[in-house]
Write a protein that binds this ligand. Structure first.
Ligand code: PLP
Length: 388
């Protein structure tokens, strides 16, 4: 069979590779303790579920949902955003529902990249960001993230030959996989840089709520680009409301960027099911205590996991955001993250993600997703320590 060239670039994927290793471990009789995927094990927002359940029995929710979702959804999102960040949002022109934020970041390059154009991405970064650029026939310039720079890219290091052909920059903080939080001053610098070089700025923001130790809300890109002159920000219900399987998110941003993304999406989908949009509205408008509970659960898991790792002689700092731990591999595994992960799952059944799967700069690290309760996480550390 002859496949399109673009499929070549999609052959390797950290999650698919780990799935294969997990299947082999299962086939050899291992029980899998899966810390490889950031899919929350916690209960989805109860008010969202109750609302979706009601919608199921309402035939007016059963048809196609054209254009850009419901006005109620866009209004609820705009209101939530303004309450949270103090910046007005026009629900008619500046909001777009998404079938998960991943859908938005994957489709957006189709609207802005011609074949051969560059997108500036974080390295390491979320694999789907690169996938979207490849689908659009674009090229990737990986902006290296290093611990000595707090996992923030250094904009002046980007070559001018790349900038001449660059059309968009994609940022995402709190960051998966490094867990770094970016200060507002960094976003201000990014906006000035993108303005100077004629780039649109995409901020993937699914961990907006998942911050620990009482840290204030991480910044939104529009606190730096207050007029929404060149930016779009993508939000998700997957993390704050544990609704990953429901596939619901949204974009807020510059009206022209929103319109362009809507035009691409109009070819592809008829929006998420109206009942799920209704559930998402209920989650946003309901008590946010459930979000606080989710954050507290992940913070407790973080504390348990890091303490156990440190006690077993693997020194790792306490992350302040996200549901992950990004850990530098100990000797003799320093530059062998894929081998470490495949051996670990084969011998112990503990599945984790190799840093190399998130980009070249991820080599030397592994990512643990804290998607089990503390006793299971302690058991995982026990098995890892024995393996080491
Ligand atoms: C940076 C980042 N973007 C997007 C997603 C996916 O979000 P959604 O479920 O809204 O598509 C994830 C999920 O882990 C993520 O880490």
């Amino acid at each position: 069979m002859r496949f399109a060239n673009r499929l070549q670039a999609l052959q390797t994927n950290v999650f698919a590779d780990m799935d294969r290793s997990k299947s082999q471990a299962i086939a050899s009789g291992k029980t899998i303790l899966d810390l490889s995927l950031g899919s929350s094990d916690l209960q989805a927002s109860a008010v969202a579920i109750a609302t979706i359940e009601q919608s199921l029995h309402d035939p007016t929710t059963h048809g196609y949902l054209l254009y850009h979702g419901t006005h109620d959804f866009r209004e609820a999102v705009a209101h939530w955003y303004t309450q949270r960040f103090g910046i007005p949002v026009n629900p008619q022109t500046e909001v777009l529902p998404l079938i998960g934020s991943q859908e938005g970041t994957a489709h957006l390059p189709l609207a802005f990249l011609n074949p051969g154009d560059y997108a500036l991405l974080l390295d390491p970064g979320y694999p789907s960001h690169a996938g979207g650029v490849y689908l659009a026939g674009g090229q990737i310039y990986p902006m290296p993230l290093r611990s000595e720079n707090q996992f923030l890219p250094i904009f002046p290091d980007i070559p001018s030959s790349v900038l001449a052909k660059a059309r968009l920059m994609l940022l995402s903080y709190p960051h998966n996989p490094t867990t770094a939080i970016a200060p507002l001053s960094f976003f201000e610098e990014a906006v000035v840089f993108c303005e100077k070089h004629g780039l649109i700025l995409v901020h993937d923001f699914p961990y907006a709520d998942i911050v620990f130790d009482g840290i204030a809300s991480p910044p939104s890109i529009f606190q730096a680009d207050r007029d929404k002159s060149l930016s779009i920000e993508l939000f998700s219900f997957s993390k704050s409301y544990n609704m990953g399987g429901f596939r619901i998110g949204y974009a807020i941003g510059n009206a022209e960027i929103i319109k362009a993304l809507r035009q691409v999406k109009a070819v592809v989908d008829f929006n998420q099911y109206r009942g799920i949009l209704n559930g998402a509205i209920a989650a946003l408008q309901g008590s946010q205590e459930t979000v606080k509970e989710t954050v507290a659960r992940f913070q407790k898991r973080r504390d348990t996991f890091i303490k156990a790792l440190n006690n077993r002689g693997w020194p790792v700092d306490y992350p302040q955001a996200t549901m992950y731990v990004w850990a530098k591999l100990p000797k003799p595994w320093e530059r062998r993250s894929i081998e470490f992960c495949t051996e670990l799952v084969a011998q112990t059944g503990v599945a984790v993600s190799p840093g190399a799967g998130f980009g070249q700069q991820g080599e030397g690290y592994v990512r643990f997703a804290l998607v089990h309760e503390p006793p299971i996480l302690e058991l995982a550390v026990e098995k890892i320590a024995q393996f080491l």
